[in-house]
Design a binder for this molecule. Structure first.
Ligand code: TRP
Length: 446
């Protein structure tokens, strides 16, 4: 009955692919800096609460919809109800927005790999100096996009899955090593406190508090690749005997583990070197080279680390580009190669403006924020929460909890102990939270 004949070769393969899409710059680069600008430990606590109330139920819903309908995001939603195809449509526009900023950061990572080899001194001000150049960051951004595009057109994503099964665990080992090293730096304990011991007295106004909630919600969606239908598509390749609930828990646990370890690798060092945790998107690029420069063999470690970061970024970016490419291929007569090339060119144009807005031409702004930051605002805080909201309504009311639970329990063959909890979060808590945070925050900004 299923439309998709292709299936994941193994449970491990699926987890690695889904985790490969989820784990990326969002965990390594974004989580520590958003935590840094959003009050540290308070943010981390809210983030974990939102993982439970939003992340897990929405991820599970997406997988269930995908496996039930066995098709791409839009068609899967439409199969549940003919009028609901739009709920899966957020992916295409979201992927474009995410990629336009992602490729800029991917380009920075490539530059840092090269610098590690050539032993260029990456002092504390190097990041600002480099990111505000006009030409070079665009060049490396283009390289990142070209690699992504080649992998997507080459259809070697399968090979990538095998490689990721090796590189992802390697990244985890590296990250743990860097974390342990960072924790031994002088004054590191200040960073640990900042990151893990909540200080609610820092929150002085309602609008501060709402900003933290809004940032945490956006980060949950971004980090788990939610609200864009990506996991609907991934779910459509799942075999009928896969335990969706336990897969969900595994993916969320891995993703969160990497984010937390990354925070513990970066924030203690921030405090130790006397940097500012609120510094924003340059945090990782400024801090880690400082850590590496203190290690013996630091240049080699730096090079290897940034290669692993690049790899994690690529496994996410190929799945992002794939979302758009497969949509264009089914809806136009373009070949895969042309579709990938044209879309990459469009992303390149948007990416150029994003890159320039970081420093070379700071006037490229939307409201009071740079275009680069606007892309992340637009995707993490508008597109993905809206997508997630509709997924909840679709699952909780249109499809119905009983049918969803039937899919999740593999037709009653597995016990779905959390059905009640799932029902309450999908029908009430998650949509309510998204709506309230969304409306208050937008009202606050406007
Ligand atoms: N989760 C990815 C990261 O943490 C980024 C991302 C967001 C993504 N949405 C996605 C990846 C959709 C693939 C598909 O870096």
């Amino acid at each position: 009955m299923k439309a998709n004949k292709e299936q994941w070769s193994s449970k491990f393969g699926f987890i690695m692919a889904a985790a490969g899409s989820a784990i990326g710059l969002g965990n390594l680069w974004k989580f520590p800096y958003i935590a840094g600008t959003s009050g540290g430990a308070v943010f981390v606590v809210v983030y974990i609460i939102f993982l439970l109330l939003l992340g897990i139920p929405i991820l599970l819903s997406e997988l269930a919809i995908g496996r039930f309908a066995g098709s791409n995001a839009i068609d899967s939603c439409a199969k549940i109800h003919p009028k609901w195809g739009f709920a899966g449509a957020f992916g295409v526009i979201g992927a474009f927005g995410v990629m336009s900023g992602y490729c800029v950061v991917g380009g920075w990572v490539i530059k840092y790999i090269i610098n590690s080899f050539t032993d260029t001194n990456m002092g504390a001000d190097y990041f600002t100096e480099y990111s505000s150049k006009s030409f070079e960051p665009i060049l490396w951004m283009a390289v990142f996009l070209i690699i992504t595009c080649l992998i997507v057109t080459g259809g070697v994503s399968n090979g990538i899955e095998k490689v990721s099964s090796v590189l992802l665990p390697t990244l985890v080992v590296f990250l743990f090593g860097i974390m342990i090293y960072s924790l031994t730096l002088p004054n590191a304990i200040e960073g640990v406190k900042f990151f893990l011991v909540p200080d609610f007295s820092e929150i002085t106004s309602f609008s501060d508090f709402m900003t933290i909630l809004f940032n945490a919600m956006g980060q949950v969606f971004f980090s788990l690749s939610l609200g864009m239908g990506t996991l609907i598509t991934y779910g459509s390749y799942l075999p009928e005997d896969n335990n969706l609930a336990s897969s969900t828990i595994t993916i969320v646990t891995l993703d969160t583990l990497i984010a937390i370890v990354s925070g513990l690798a970066i924030l203690p060092a921030v405090f130790s070197f006397g940097f500012e945790p609120t510094e924003g998107f340059g945090l990782m690029f400024r801090t880690l080279p400082a850590v590496f420069s203190q290690m013996s063999g630091g240049t080699v470690i730096a090079a290897l680390f940034f290669i692993l970061v690049l790899f994690a970024a690529l496994t996410s970016s190929i799945s992002l580009l794939e979302v758009i490419v497969s949509w264009v291929c089914t809806n136009t007569r373009l070949t895969r190669a042309w579709a990938a090339a044209i879309i990459s060119a469009l992303i390149f144009i948007a990416g150029c403006f994003a890159s320039l807005s970081v420093g070379a031409i700071p006037d490229i702004k939307v409201g009071s924020i740079s275009l680069f930051e606007f892309f992340s605002f637009f995707t993490d805080k508008i597109i993905m929460p809206l997508g997630g909201f509709f997924i909840c309504i679709l699952t909780g009311y249109v499809w119905g909890i009983d049918k969803a639970a039937k899919e999740i329990s593999n037709n009653g063959r597995l016990k779905f102990a959390m059905k009640k909890l799932f029902s309450v979060t999908v029908r009430y808590i998650a949509p309510f939270l998204i709506a309230v945070i969304f409306v208050t925050s937008i009202a606050d900004i406007a």
